[in-house]
Design a protein around this ligand. Sequence first.
Ligand code: HEM
Ligand SMILES: *[C@@H]1O[C@H](CO)[C@@H](O)[C@H](O)[C@H]1NC(C)=O
Ligand SMILES: *[C@@H]1O[C@H](CO)[C@@H](O)[C@H](O)[C@H]1NC(C)=O
Ligand SMILES: *[C@@H]1O[C@H](CO)[C@@H](O)[C@H](O)[C@H]1NC(C)=O
Length: 498
Amino acid sequence: MLSVLLCVLLCACVLLALRLRASRGHELPPACKGSLPLIGITHLIMADNSKVWSLMESVGKDTMKKGGVTSSRIGIDRFYFVTDPEDALTIANTCLDKPRFYKFGEFLIGQGLIISSGSKWKRHRKLLNPAFTASVTHGFMETFNRQAEKLNTELAEFAGKGPFEATYYIQNISLQASCLNTFGTTSFHDEELFKQFLETVDQAMNAVIQRFVNIWQHSDLLYKLSGLKKKQDVLAKTYTEMTNRVIQKTAAALKEQHNYRNIVEHKTGAASFLEIMLPLRENNSLSDQEFKEELDTIVGASFETTAQLLEAILILVGSHPQVQERLYDDNDFRMMQIVGQERDVDKEDLRKLVYTEAVINECLRFQPTAPVLPRCVSQDVKLKNYTARAGSLCFILAYGIHRDPVWGPDADQFRPERWLEPDTLPDISTAFIGFSLGKRSCIGKMYAMTSLKVSLVHLVRKYHVMGDHNKLQFTLDVTLKPVKGNEISLLRRKKDYL
Ligand code: HEM
Ligand SMILES: *[C@@H]1O[C@H](CO)[C@@H](O)[C@H](O)[C@H]1NC(C)=O
Ligand SMILES: *[C@@H]1O[C@H](CO)[C@@H](O)[C@H](O)[C@H]1NC(C)=O
Ligand SMILES: *[C@@H]1O[C@H](CO)[C@@H](O)[C@H](O)[C@H]1NC(C)=O
């Protein structure tokens, strides 16, 4: 181990010397906590990959304390850490490219919107934006309602039986909803396939972080020699074969009818993303490969994040009984008055579920699902007090921004009410980055909010939820995942309410 370390350090020093020559110039912000000369925080990252999250958390806090921007090195790269909301927006809008290590995820979701850079990203984002409008999203309401109902049914056996982990059940309905809405079908009624897929995604996300943490695997050659590459290839094959099959089948079925345009325009039920985007493939705006990669990306970007956040909401709401009661039975915004005990959530309800939306936002602020937003600094970027050097990398840290003084003295508290107080709410286009910020922010935000509102109404009107967010421990696997303390308990609410 020691010799490997020394070897890596030596290599790093040589590369560093070359880099230093190229990147001299603008004055650096303060070094972040734990940063050493030359190697920066490389030793902290490499020490233990399960500690990446606590490291990012402490760098976020420290950066906030030091004024909003700090700097260090990881491997051979110069890093900037940003928690100042305005500087974050500057970076988000001028640095549109993602770092190299995002490529580590390519084996799974290809060069879809999340990973792609430059002109390709810009063109594809324009082509895909029309697939994420309110009217398209409202078409998914039926699926969201059915899936939420299924979740309630599956959780029924745990009601009144004490703490349990709901993760698997939530992922199940979320993955099914994503597949139904993306491909119009799901092959995940098959329990075995579902398990296999979840495992694939889980290991893949872990592998992305592993490749980032094990900095010697940043080199493609060393990566190819490592066992990780082989493992990823096997995982990718499972995933790709599955989605390929679905796309070919659906596209062929639609083409056979020679009127997929009519289907999309006149169908009363929901059109899947596959159907909506098919014209882009037919007129060669997207190649077959690109088309497939964008669909894979939508599934990859939607099911895990949405499931993760729903679980976090249940735990946070379960730790704050007064929030839960207000959610259920509040004088101004009560779910019960808006939707009632039985019927489906419809699109008119969405706008009215104001407190529900506040709770979702607050959960995302308090415990961000994607807490680290990495960007490439391709040209010199002028921030408020510093100029970020071209060729470096930047991490925008949600944990810091979401606790910035602009949030007020109670920034450390979980308080959904703040979202209902426009006079004290900070400018959320910079201070709230739960769905990222600027031009490259989440394209699926409305989809996510809609899905979560529907799920919450169904769950909270049927069950009383209990959890303890103070017991939560996390790992950063691209998204912030609970590894401990995520059990919840459910009690059935009285049916004769009202
Ligand atoms: C609670 C749920 C969600 C959260 C917290 C979330 C968060 C984010 C964040 C932080 C980013 C920026 C990622 C980065 O900078 O690397 C992002 C991008 C993206 N999200 Fe989401 N997301 C959610 C749900 C969804 C859903 C449901 C979809 C699709 C239906 C989706 C599709 C995407 C796509 C395609 C991008 C890349 C956008 C681009 O680079 O142009 N997300 N999301
Ligand atoms: C800029 O400098 C001022 C004065 O030193 C400091 O108070 C502030 O926090 C700095 N802001 C950023 C984003 O670096
Ligand atoms: C996943 O959902 C399907 C359909 O609702 C169900 O048949 C299956 O048992 C579920 N699996 C798990 C593990 O909950
Ligand atoms: C292909 O179709 C899409 C959506 O209908 C449209 O936005 C795009 O301009 C078309 N491209 C070409 C080259 O015709």
